[in-house]
Design a protein around this ligand. Structure first.
Ligand code: BG6
Ligand code: MG
Length: 218
């Protein structure tokens, strides 16, 4: 395989926003009197906003408590809390090794994209001041089928003008690894809690990202 592009997830790969997602869901859950902890939060990684709320409701045997409209409005309430929290992000919150890794890839002619299903991704990238490192940023609002469907990774490959087998996807969530494999790409897993499919390359943290190692794997 000749490597042409790297496609990055955002939350948990470029920065650790999982803690803010956790705090925002926790605030909503507390208000509703529902149980929510770090273990449940793990299940929400890579999962869309509304599906995340459904998981919290399931864990509380409360799936039938609200209409679809009410669920939508409560999930939006969580998003308002989240939006307020992420305003604290600065370039210091970029995870270790990310900038040198992307810089080296780009200097080797590799294109880079972001495949995040978070509708807040543009604001997070802006606060981290790394938008310019990417040739393409997928628009989460246009994604019809969330991860583990391959749609968002395929959209990025197409936008960059490469075949899926010329791309590598980098993810921290199990749903994301499945999405990358279904797209026909090689996957790099960052600290993934593996429950089904294993990433092709398993790393403990972004500090272990090494452009030459990844290129040799291809
Ligand atoms: C993913 C996160 O990147 O985006 C999930 O891992 C989150 O936890 C999802 O639910 C949707 O994000 P948002 O910002 O659109 O609610
Ligand atoms: Mg993620």
């Amino acid at each position: 395989m000749s490597l042409k592009a790297l496609i990055f997830d955002l939350d948990g790969v470029l920065t650790d926003t999982a803690k803010y997602h956790y705090l925002a869901w926790k605030k909503l859950a507390d208000e509703l009197g529902y149980y929510f902890d770090e273990d449940i939060n793990e299940l929400l990684k890579g999962v869309s906003r509304i599906n995340s709320f459904e998981i919290i409701l399931q864990k509380n045997n409360a799936t039938d408590k609200f209409t679809s409209e009410e669920k939508e409005s409560l999930a939006n309430k969580k998003n308002e809390y989240y939006k307020e929290m992420i305003e604290q992000l600065t370039p210091d919150d970029i995870l270790d090794g990310i900038v040198p890794f992307i810089t080296e890839a780009r200097s080797n002619g590799i294109k880079c994209a972001v495949a995040s299903i978070s509708k807040n991704a543009p604001r997070v990238l802006q606060l981290l001041k790394i938008e310019d490192l990417f040739d393409y940023i997928a628009d989460a609002a246009l994604v019809k089928k969330p991860k583990p469907d391959p749609e968002i990774f395929l959209t990025c490959a197409e936008a960059l003008g490469f075949a899926p087998n010329e791309c590598i996807g980098i993810e921290d969530a199990q749903a994301g690894i499945e999405s990358i494999h279904s797209a026909g790409m090689i996957s790099v897993g960052i600290n993934v809690m593996i429950t089904s499919v294993k990433p092709d390359i398993i790393l403990k943290s972004t500090a272990e990202l090494d452009f030459n190692m990844i290129k040799e794997f291809c």
